[in-house]
Design a binder for this molecule. Structure first.
Ligand SMILES: [Zn+2]
Length: 242
């Protein structure tokens, strides 16, 4: 427990909260800039098990923001290289590499294994699928995005019968927001959002109340966060489907 002494000293976490963190499982979808930041902090914090999902390999253009990789990792699977780096940070965490593009039943199964799901991917098609799997399993979903000089963060669930889901927020893919490749991104912006995602995930598994259904938008130019309440959509194809 001495590793986690600063958590234990917190009134809101304490030894029981740290034990809950140590017994929890988190699924990280996407090991780019968001996923590297989130995975690092969840590993250091002693989450019991991390499921690391990314089908992609490390590219040289990733190295400006994806902090788990170096030049020697170029061309190798992100899930494998990330697990290797994280294992050194904290050998107590069980790390499961999932170097696949999960979809359908495989995605629903992986989400079902997790206490909290962190959507760190970079495209709407995957975000919609991850959301649907979280709704189907009634899992807490921490959703993050970073592009150009702007970040977004929102937490959904677990009561999707009453609160909104990601598809209540975005109905269709917005191509202008879809990738860092065409839009550019300042390196630390995904780090800011990914770190905030780790904060929300740790609160969830430690049993600390988390506001849900609120879109937090970070503007790096003005250094301001603003909040937008997400309304539940009457005909949402995900959370109204049942
Ligand atoms: Zn919905």
């Amino acid at each position: 427990m001495s590793r986690y002494a600063r958590h234990v000293a917190l009134e809101q976490v304490g030894a029981p909260g740290q034990e809950r963190i140590g017994e929890s499982t988190a699924l990280i979808i996407g090991l780019g800039g968001l996923g590297c930041a989130t995975a690092s902090y969840l590993t250091c914090a002693g989450v019991g098990r991390l499921l690391l999902c990314d089908f992609d390999t490390v590219d040289e253009t990733n190295l400006g923001r994806q902090t788990l990789y170096g030049p020697q990792d170029i061309g190798q699977l992100k899930a494998v290289r990330a697990a290797s780096r994280l294992a050194v940070m904290n050998p107590d965490v069980r790390l499961t590499e999932i170097p696949d593009r999960l979809s359908g039943n495989a995605l629903i199964e992986a989400v079902g294994l997790a206490d909290v799901v962190l959507d760190c991917c970079d495209n709407f098609a995957t975000r919609f699928q991850v959301n649907d799997a979280a709704v189907a399993n009634r899992r807490m979903l921490v959703s993050g995005a970073a592009i150009r000089l702007e970040g977004q963060l929102a937490v959904f669930g677990p009561d999707y019968a009453k609160s909104p889901c990601y598809r209540c927020l975005y109905q269709e893919a917005d191509e202008s927001l879809d990738s860092c490749a065409g839009n550019g991104v300042l390196g630390p912006v995904p780090g800011v959002v990914g770190t905030m995602m780790a904060v929300e995930a740790l609160k969830i598994v430690a049993g600390i109340a988390v506001p849900t259904g609120i879109l937090n938008i970070y503007d790096d130019l003005s250094t301001e966060w603003c909040k937008v309440k997400i309304r539940r959509r009457r005909n949402c194809p995900a959370c109204r489907a049942d």
